[in-house]
Design a protein around this ligand. Structure first.
Ligand code: ADP
Ligand code: MG
Length: 702
């Protein structure tokens, strides 16, 4: 969480007691005021409160010993090093420095009493410490009376300096006794008791100056009550801001879109399949929300291929039944086009007799077409609109938008989503909003980062799907792969060949795609091969996709533009080149393009060695798992929430201390407390929010 929104001239600013130079260095650590400083919590602690006898040193732990140097020598074999023998009456320990100054050679002369802090290991000469922290002491020098905190540092600002600054600040705050200070308690006492939380002030003081008998393990694992309190407060601030946001949206009014069961029933009856129980459940939740007088803010999650589009179509019809418009926005032109085709196929037979049309909008449209679509939308002839982000540009005016649906929402930034929502033309009614995502968000994350949304989950896939078999194949065995593709295509199957992702340059990516297409055309002279990539016009793209769908093309060479949504059930083979460069959710999405028909499907991941550890790990996960939720969970573990959530983070307070998965119990409590505070103690909620998020919380209320 960045605090750059806070003002330097506030009374709590660090300005009042440090020089400008130090101030700038602190700013690099994200510290701009006293509260930031208090929250600059130690990474770990060193225990200088005990001395251990040399003959009884615990392994794998940083420990302190004290002794006299009995011998000191610069040795040259196997390389130049300073080796000293330290004796404490119980035994002898070798201290070894591979890099050292002349001054150290002098200082560590025989007869000198030293205290060493380091990890002891069996070494070349005997038990040794390599590069310990070494301090010359007098006999009987007192030991530290608290664990020594080690702080995250910035260039030119040592942990010790930071420690001093923090201790000064703490002391001043304690002495001033101001009940409104940064150390004051934000939670009512009943809450502290009921949720067994330690006081805020005590927790902060403790973390900066833990007592010698504090459990180093609890501190290290951040399970100590003091740590738990800080994490709780952070989670609480996050929950408060998001729940506040949620409540505010709920206090607005939205069009009542009652479920009239006319068009929706007609559509359901015309489908060649029945909804799965997961789809039915999600639809019921959405339908109920639409019929409420406040705007829906729901996230629909479900694995690739679970059938979210039909649920969206049914929700859109519920809007139409109530004479409101509905819009569906997709992140790519291919997907928008496919949605348009799909909706037309399903809905036109129902809507045409009523004189209702579906408009489509995309960036690459001809001016005339576009103007026609805009007019249809503005004058309410088109009750449904499908498109890319072209849908929420300024020129687009809806006559009466009742429902905005955003597919693959993780591909859009917060601002784009807000923009579409704001498209409601009736000043007094905000359109309902449904977001859909095939990148499942693990439950703890969605409880925390998506606390401003209601979540529906479609469990399971439609019946008759066959699990995709994944194969990992080294690039050196390409020939086997091409032989296999040829054989399959001759047997009437269709395949995707996904080109390597080249993140650095779109031009290079295009070049690679074209080259791959050329090479494969030579390899497979007996097959019909198509090429689709992001630079084709919308018309060209849909022409290629159309002939692939019709089976005119057998092998489709594609960039990752086909990653989301594309649905061609007859395609049952996929080759992904340089799979090691792709992220987990991308691989899972790509793989989701096959396995959509009754045919047993195969996804071949070609990789090139050497593989980095993470790449290896990613390939292992995608190989072992087919379930999107499990893959997401593992992805989260690999990357951490910040990267995992991507665009979502702009506008949502990220967590510094708490980890929703690890601190699940605290998250549960924070959710409850947030609701209770907002209901019963709004002033405490406010104070807490202000402390943790400063002005950032206002941004969230956009
Ligand atoms: P996603 O959730 O990934 O967006 P889609 O909506 O594209 O999935 O659906 C994938 C395919 O499954 C489509 O061809 C769709 O028509 C089909 N489908 C959806 N629901 C069902 C169902 N209940 N039974 C059979 N097929 C279904
Ligand atoms: Mg989809």
């Amino acid at each position: 969480m960045k605090n750059n929104t806070r003002n330097d001239s506030t009374p709590g600013a660090v300005t009042c007691f440090v020089t400008r130079v130090v101030q700038e260095k602190l700013a690099k650590l994200g510290i701009t005021d006293e509260f930031d400083l208090l929250l600059h919590l130690p990474l770990r602690y060193e225990d200088e409160t005990h001395l251990y006898p040399i003959n009884d040193l615990p392994e794998n732990r940083t420990v302190q010993v004290e002794g006299i140097i009995i011998h000191s020598e610069v040795m040259y074999r196997p390389r130049r090093q300073l080796v000293c023998q330290v004796e404490d009456g119980s035994g002898i320990l070798f201290m070894r420095f591979l890099n050292f100054y002349g001054s150290q050679v002098k200082a560590y002369a025989a007869g000198t009493r030293v205290r060493l802090l380091g990890e002891a290991r069996p070494g070349f000469f005997g038990v040794e410490m390599v590069h310990p922290k070494c301090r010359i002491v007098r006999e009987g020098e007192p030991l530290a009376d608290a664990l020594t905190p080690i702080y995250p540092v910035a260039a030119g600002l040592a942990s010790g300096t930071i420690r001093k600054l923090i201790l000064q600040t703490l002391q001043r705050l304690v002495e001033c006794g101001d009940p409104q200070s940064h150390l004051s308690e934000t939670l009512p006492g009943t809450f502290l008791r009921h949720y067994r939380l330690q006081g805020f002030r005590d927790s902060i003081i403790f973390l900066h100056q833990p007592l010698p008998d504090a459990s180093a393990a609890l501190l290290q694992e951040r399970k100590h009550p003091a740590w738990r309190r800080i994490k709780f407060d952070e989670l609480l601030a996050q929950q408060l801001s998001m729940r506040l946001h949620y409540r505010q949206r709920r206090s607005q009014s939205a069009p009542l879109l009652l479920n009239k069961n006319k068009l929706t029933t007609a559509l359901l009856q015309s489908l060649p399949f029945e909804l799965t129980s997961g789809q039915k459940k999600a639809l019921a939740e959405i339908s109920r929300d639409l019929a409420a007088s406040h705007p829906m803010q729901r996230l629909l999650q479900g694995d690739v291929g679970c059938g979210k589009t039909i649920v969206a179509a049914l929700a859109m019809l519920q809007a139409v039944e109530n004479d409101y418009q509905a819009a569906l926005m997709a992140p790519t032109e291919i997907l928008a086009e496919q949605h348009y085709q799909k909706l037309s196929g399903w809905l036109e037979p129902l809507l045409a007799p009523l004189g209702i049309t579906i408009a489509r909008l995309s960036g690459s449209q001809k001016k005339k077409q576009r103007e026609g679509a805009l007019a249809d939308i503005a004058e309410g002839r088109a009750m449904l609109a499908v498109g890319t982000h072209a849908l929420f540009q300024e020129q687009v005016e809806f006559d009466r938008l009742g429902l905005a649906i955003i597919d693959e929402q993780h591909r859009f930034g917060v601002h784009q989503r807000l923009a579409l929502r704001m498209k409601g033309t009736h000043a007094d009614a905000v359109p309902h909003q449904l977001m859909m995502s095939a990148t499942p968000i693990p439950r703890t994350l969605s409880m925390s980062y998506y606390a401003d949304l209601d979540v529906s989950v479609i469990d399971g896939l439609p019946p008759g799907r066959t699990e995709v078999t994944t194969k990992l194949v080294a690039d050196t065995r390409r020939d086997e792969v091409t032989a296999r593709i040829r054989e399959a295509c001759h047997a009437g199957k269709q395949a995707y060949w996904v080109c390597p992702l080249i993140e650095e340059s779109e031009a290079l990516q295009l070049k690679t795609a074209q080259e791959t297409h050329e090479t494969l055309s030579l390899t497979f002279q007996d097959l019909k091969i198509g090429l689709v990539h992001g630079r084709l016009s919308a018309r060209e793209k849909s022409a290629v996709m159309e002939s692939f769908k019709k089976g005119e093309i057998q092998l489709l060479v594609a960039t990752t533009v086909i990653e989301v949504g594309v649905d061609v059930p007859n395609a049952s083979l996929m080759v992904i080149e340089h799979a090691e460069r792709m992220g987990l959710s991308q691989l899972h999405q790509l793989r989701g393009r096959v396995g959509r028909g009754a045919e047993a499907s195969i996804c071949i991941l070609l990789y090139q060695k050497p593989l980095s550890t993470t790449a290896q790990e990613r390939l292992r996960i995608i190989f072992e798992h087919n379930d999107g939720f499990e893959i997401a969970r593992q992805d989260l573990r690999l990357r951490g929430p910040g990267e995992f959530l991507g665009a979502r983070q702009s506008g949502v307070p990220m967590l510094r201390f708490a980890d929703p998965e690890y601190d699940r119990d605290l998250l549960d409590d924070a959710r409850t407390v947030a609701e209770e505070l907002l209901r019963d103690h709004p002033e405490a909620a406010n104070r807490h929010l202000h402390r943790w998020l400063g002005r950032k919380s206002e941004y969230l209320r956009v």
